[in-house]
Write a protein that binds this ligand. Structure first.
Ligand code: HEM
Length: 577
């Protein structure tokens, strides 16, 4: 590009509107400060600014036309579209094409209530283009800014193709990579696609089998004891913020077992890295501005706002520390933490140094807040339902906590975990993008042609709340329901299935997705379940839990994951402890 500011317009590499847009934005960010004087005084610079603005408008127009085509194609095939229940007059009837459903309160774009509100839409209510009362579509179309379409899919037949048989055709979309990459690194397993993902998954898989995980169990047990010592030091009957304490517990655990690092998260100030990590998390808020930045990462996403600067400050501290952890792990060939095993598995340096950093960041980002949210929810629910808690206390009171084999088979404990992950899945939704034109099966609409580039939402929590799957009491937290549930493996239980067979409810593989399924399902599932079993059992065995929070009074915050923000619980030592 040299010193000629006009060359960005003439660069032959920038042939597509998208490339021009990204190119122009990058140039603006890089060169604007340097040529501030010229921009103010030379008429030529006004031409540049006008060109940039024109290119942006052209780019948006081009995208909008492509998206309108994708929408038309879906509507022609019978896909219903979410109704506009709250039209904005100031948009002169263009709301659908300008802000789509972004500012519609139902279903709330970024709130936890979204999932509950999605259930009627998936059943053909409040959507345009559905008048069949006999069957629900289990699929609907919504739009983001500038009419950007998103297909919401809960149909098990379609999910089977998307998540299992053709999972590599359905890649992680750029918007999702932008936001999740902020916490897990852009080259971490959650964010990569295709062969690169297969390479990472092959190397990381052995870290999460039981042979590698079992040696970590004593460290988890010691972390539980430390946590209990902390609880014992608090005056009796003080309500404690378990929504925060569980995060401190799981951060310590992933630090010790994952990277042989001491976060000391229960201490008042933690370590500088704990603070940096928290600083990074704080700025991830699903405001409309944040979502716009995700959609236009090369322009709006580059504006160095105060929160962005805060994020990058924390990020820098974090990455420097992770490099250090990897360096130390390399010098300890017999270490037992996940990154020690990662280095051992990385024969022939199949993963580059940068990829190793991102995978370590992924253990931290994907593995700590999810588990902490589930744990906090389970504990506050047990406090709200004393009958369930008493029954569980009896079961775990008789068990030997250090024997994981026995712990993993306790029925009430597993029921509590399953039911908590059903009604409060920390990953309440996820997104995919069709990387090629593809036709997928649906139960009601028949074969459905999807255009390359179409974004798809899997509404995990809405599926978990669907009364046609879970029965009329779907919204009630009732661990006992799992006594009469059969998890049907293989194939899919679809709409026509007889849900109750011999008095037992049949739940298919796409009806219950807290860890998702298929080649991109959660790799850390066993690790998470091990933590949940141990910590729930260990805490309920030692303490009687109580709360003033009424049933249904939980406040849930959604930003990448869904977590409670008011899980206040009082603990009191049980008599025999
Ligand atoms: C209760 C706790 C957890 C829940 C509910 C959970 C849920 C999920 C879900 C739903 C996905 C799929 C995301 C998507 O494709 O959009 C996922 C992926 C993943 N999870 Fe977890 N997770 C949990 C704990 C963990 C732990 C403890 C770790 C590691 C220490 C972990 C590591 C990962 C990784 C690396 C992926 C990406 C897998 C891939 O794309 O191949 N998770 N998790």
């Amino acid at each position: 590009m040299g010193g000629n500011r006009l060359s960005l317009v003439l660069d032959p590499a920038a042939t597509t509107a998208h490339a021009l847009h990204a190119h122009a934005a990058a140039a603006l960010v890089t060169y604007a400060p340097r040529y501030q004087h010229a921009f103010c005084t030379v008429p030529e610079s006004r031409t540049i600014v006008a060109s940039l603005a024109a290119m942006t408008v052209l780019w948006i127009a081009k995208k909008s036309i492509q998206e309108a085509r994708a929408v038309r194609k879906l509507r022609v095939q019978g896909v219903p579209e979410q109704k506009l229940l709250h039209p904005k007059r100031w948009l002169l009837g263009l709301q659908r094409y300008l802000i789509g459903h972004m500012l519609e309160p139902v279903p709330d774009m970024a709130g936890a209530i979204r999932s509950e509100q999605q259930v009627p839409l998936l059943h053909g209510k409040d959507v345009d283009g559905w008048d069949r009362t006999d069957q629900p579509p289990l699929i609907y179309l919504a739009r983001y800014f500038f009419g950007y379409p998103s297909l919401v899919v809960a149909d098990p037949k379609t999910l089977h193709v998307m998540l299992s048989t053709n999972s590599y055709t359905f890649i992680k979309p750029d918007t999702s990579i932008e936001v999740v990459g902020m916490v897990t690194g852009y080259l971490g397993m959650v964010n990569i696609n295709g062969d690169v993902h297969k390479r990472h998954r092959r190397i990381v898989n052995p870290l999460f089998n039981m042979k590698t995980l079992m040696p970590l169990f004593p460290t988890m047990l010691a972390s539980l004891d430390e946590f209990c010592a902390f609880l014992d030091s608090v005056p009796l009957s003080t309500p404690l913020p378990f929504h925060e304490l569980c995060g401190q517990l799981t951060l310590n655990v992933i630090g010790r077992t994952g990277m042989n690092y001491e976060f000391n998260a229960l201490a008042l100030d933690g370590t500088p890295i704990t603070r940096a990590y928290n600083e990074m998390q704080e700025v991830i808020e699903f405001t409309p501005w944040f979502l716009l930045c995700l959609m236009y990462p090369n322009t709006l996403g580059r504006i160095p706002t105060a929160s962005r600067r805060q994020f990058w400050r924390g990020h820098h501290v974090m990455i420097t520390a992770i490099k250090d952890m990897l360096q130390r792990a390399r010098a300890e060939p017999n270490g037992t933490s996940l990154i020690h095993e990662l280095i051992r598995q990385n024969t022939g340096n199949a993963l580059s140094d940068e990829e190793l950093v991102c995978e370590t960041q992924t253990f931290l980002g994907a593995g700590h807040e999810t588990t902490s949210s589930a744990l906090a929810m389970a504990l506050v629910l047990l406090a709200q339902f004393p009958d369930v808690q008493d029954e569980l206390a009896k079961e775990v009171g008789a068990a030997d906590l250090s024997d994981y084999e026995t712990l993993s088979k306790l029925p009430q404990l597993n029921n509590v975990i399953n039911e908590t992950l059903r009604l409060f899945p920390p990953a309440n939704m996820t997104f995919r993008e069709a990387s090629a034109d593809i036709t997928v099966p649906t139960t009601v609409l028949g074969p459905l042609a999807l255009q390359k580039g179409l974004e798809i939402e899997v509404p995990i929590r809405a599926i978990h709340m669907d009364p046609t799957i879970w029965g009329p009491e779907a919204m009630t937290w009732n661990p006992r329901r799992w006594d009469t549930i059969d998890l049907v493996q293989g194939g899919s239980v679809d709409l026509s299935a007889n849900r109750i067979v011999n008095g037992r409810r049949q739940i298919g593989p796409y009806d219950y997705l807290p860890f998702l399924v298929g080649p991109r399902g959660c790799i850390g599932r066993q690790f998470a379940v091990m933590e949940l079993r141990l910590f729930i059992a260990g805490l309920v065995r030692r303490y009687k839990l109580a709360t003033d929070l009424p049933v249904g009074g939980e406040e849930l915050h959604v930003a990448i994951t869904m977590r409670p923000t008011n899980a206040w619980v009082r603990v009191e030592r049980r008599a025999h402890w």
